[in-house]
Every structure is written in structure tokens, then in C-alpha cells.
Design a protein around this ligand. Structure first.
Ligand code: PDD
Length: 281
């Protein structure tokens, strides 16, 4: 596999970054994940916009233009022959000589840029979408700026492991009694003709898939209500689902052991998945 590191396209085993890189020492960096379907980048502009926002919040300079980002993504899709899969990009504050809590002078410390691809043949035809996900709920113990897409992913990773140990697929994070989001996705419940999802704030990542799905839902005359909900309300809902760039729209059929409806993926989730995939690819 060919990867991109700071201007160079290299075989993955020749790619190098400094041990002083602040992402390695302090998780001082941000990332984006863009899906590829049939060789096409899905919602690429949305991901670039959010990258800009994450970098801006952390006062890291965006080292590349939108055209450059696009060219690198296209090149990696081509050289790695990605039909279905994803591209991961990471920008970090770079590698100053010494470890220091204070940020280095950006003039002397350029950001580190890394991109790689993962091939996932048949990504959109995921059998999981026909079965649905089982989730557990856990306390949300992440930091307070979840709107910035940082590489600080230890707690979400622990949450995923807790879910796996419980025989489930993912964990929904709960703060002050209300669901914030999943370990790596935004969360929704459906009641009648209404889709309910938590409103945007510093508490959740502003999902690129979320924005598209809510737009398509409104166009399909569904009511969209942006407000927090509890696990009890979700267990009592008609349906539930999640969205992310890599899972698109994925139904949830069980929450903390409580089966939703008849235990099969809901109609609204299936429809939103179909609309999303039709519109985006
Ligand atoms: N995760 N919330 C969290 C905490 C996330 O990590 C993600 C994405 C989302 C969904 O955002 P989007 O629709 O823009 O992908 C919500 C990516 C896919 C990941 O970490 O792999």
C-alpha cells in the first residue's frame, strides 16, 4: 500500500514520522475519514470543511489547499486501486525538538500530514445493515470539546471494547442522563414520523453524515427534532439508528438488552440508508 507523508508518496513500510510528533506524545492532532464507493469520494467537501474547523479551534495551520487535499485523495484512490473503502487523513501540530506543554512556534514547526487508505470491498452492501446493531450504554467520560475531531480516541476505544465484551457492537455514551453519541457515530431515535437526534454543541462531533441525513430526511417530509434523549426513551422508541462516514446509516435493534420493536431494522433507518447511498454515490 502507498501512503502519503508530508509531501511524499511512499510504500507504507518506508513512511516515517518523528517520535517527538505532538500527536504521538499528546494526541495533538486532528483527523478525517472519508469513504470511497465505486472509486468516488463521499461528501469530500464536508470533510474538508470540518478539517478546517477542527484545525482552527486548535490554532493549527492547514498546510494544504482544498485542491491539494483533493489531488492527494484521488492519487491514493488510484495508486491503491480503491473501489470501496476509506481514506484516513491526519494533521498534527508537528514535531518540535523538545516535549513541552506550550505549543511550539508554528513558523519553526510545520504540521505533520499523513494519509492512508483501507480497502473494504462491498462496503455499502454491509450485511450488518440487514441485521442491525446491539448497543450498550456507558457513561461519557470524554473531554468537553467533542466537536473537535482530535486523535484522542482512548475512551471511545475503551467503550468499543466494553461493548464487545458484553456481546454487543457499540456503546452509546451518556452524560447527565442523556445520550451524547456513539463511540464513533451520531445517534438517532424514531417516533412516528419524527427523527430525534441531539442538537449540535461542544458535546458531540458535528457529523458530516448527520448533516446530509437530516437534510434528506427533511426533503422526504420527515420531521427532524434536534434535542437530547435518554436511554429509556430510546428503548421505548419505534426505531433507532446511527450515522457515520464509514457506516453510513446503520440500524440499532437492541439497547442495554431491550429489543426495539420486533428486533428487526426499522423502516425509517432502512429508507434513510437507501436515500443517503443513492444521493451520495
Ligand atoms: N467517526 N461522532 C464521533 C465521536 C465520531 O468519531 C464520528 C466519526 C461521528 C460521525 O461523523 P461523520 O458522519 O462525519 O463520520 C460522530 C469516524 C468515522 C471514525 O472515527 O472512524
Amino acid at each position: 500500500r502507498t501512503v502519503y507523508v508530508n509531501g511524499d508518496y511512499l510504500p507504507e513500510d518506508q513512511a516515517r514520522v518523528s517520535i517527538f510528533d505532538r500527536a504521538f506524545l499528546m494526541a495533538d492532532g486532528v483527523y478525517e475519514v472519508t469513504s470511497v464507493l465505486g472509486g468516488k469520494l463521499i461528501d469530500f467537501d464536508g470533510h474538508l470543511k470540518r478539517l478546517d474547523r477542527s484545525l482552527g479551534e486548535l490554532e493549527i495551520r492547514n498546510p494544504l489547499s482544498a485542491d491539494d487535499w483533493l489531488a492527494i485523495h484521488r492519487e491514493l484512490v488510484t495508486v491503491n486501486e480503491i473501489t470501496d473503502g476509506m481514506i484516513y487523513l491526519q494533521v498534527t501540530r508537528g514535531a518540535p525538538g523538545d516535549r513541552d506543554f506550550a505549543w511550539p512556534d508554528p513558523e519553526t514547526c510545520p504540521p505533520t500530514v499523513v494519509l492512508f487508505t483501507q480497502s473494504k470491498p462491498g462496503l455499502a452492501e454491509s450485511p450488518a445493515a440487514k441485521v442491525g446493531m446491539k448497543v450498550i450504554s456507558i457513561e461519557d467520560l470524554r473531554w468537553g470539546r467533542r466537536d473537535i475531531k482530535t486523535v484522542q480516541l482512548l475512551y471511545p476505544s475503551m467503550g468499543k471494547m466494553m461493548a464487545k465484551k458484553a456481546g454487543c457492537d457499540d456503546a452509546w455514551l451518556v452524560e447527565d442522563g442523556f445520550v451524547t453519541e456513539g463511540t464513533s457515530n451520531n445517534t438517532y431515535i424514531v417516533k412516528g414520523n419524527s427523527i430525534i437526534t441531539r442538537e449540535l454543541s461542544h458535546d458531540i462531533l458535528h457529523g458530516i453524515t448527520r448533516a446530509a441525513v437530516l437534510r434528506f430526511a427533511r426533503e422526504a417530509q420527515m420531521e427532524v427534532i434536534e434535542r437530547p434523549f435518554t436511554i429509556a426513551e430510546a428503548q421505548d422508541a419505534d426505531e433507532a439508528f446511527i450515522t457515520s462516514a464509514s457506516a453510513f446509516v446503520m440500524p440499532v435493534v437492541e439497547i442495554d438488552g431491550a429489543v426495539l420493536g420486533d428486533g428487526k431494522p426499522g423502516k425509517v433507518a432502512a429508507r434513510m440508508r437507501e436515500i443517503y447511498l443513492d444521493e451520495m454515490r
